[in-house]
Ligand binder design. Structure first.
Ligand code: SF4
Ligand code: SF4
Length: 124
């Protein structure tokens, strides 16, 4: 079973010590997808040479905030590291209660914020 299809993307939240390494091929794939230059990809989406920006809750900027599962909004063109994780091993996020305890509240909060905004009378 591919648990990723049923997972809210725990691995898409930045934790202390974790690194997402984006390489030049990943950047070029994004550039072609969005019809912009590699430089514009770096400017818009990258925090530094090798890492995407994150939102306030520590989630990757490409995490969709309105879904419980399949939340990567660039799934088909996602970086190689995202494709390979967890590198033919057991997913550590499903195996470790400490990691789940760190990230689950953030996921619930972001979904709650989204649905509250959506149900506000100002957003019919
Ligand atoms: S690798 Fe693990 S945490 Fe990431 S989406 Fe798949 S099951 Fe979820
Ligand atoms: S690009 Fe997609 S899979 Fe990779 S960290 Fe961001 S949201 Fe997760």
């Amino acid at each position: 079973m591919n648990y990723c299809n049923y997972c809210p993307g725990y691995c898409c939240y930045r934790l202390k010590g974790s690194v997402l390494l984006i390489d030049a091929d990943d950047i070029n794939r994004l550039a072609r997808h969005f019809s912009i230059s590699d430089g514009q990809v770096r400017k818009r989406f990258m925090e530094n040479r090798h890492t995407f920006k994150v939102k306030d809750d520590g989630s990757c900027i490409f995490q969709a905030s309105d879904k419980m599962i399949k939340r990567c909004s660039i799934h088909l063109i996602r970086p190689m590291q995202c494709r390979r994780f967890p590198f033919n091993d057991t997913c550590p996020y499903l195996d470790r209660e400490d990691l789940l305890a760190l990230i689950q509240p953030r996921i619930e909060k972001s979904l709650k914020c989204h649905w509250l905004k959506k149900s506000s009378p100002e957003n019919p």
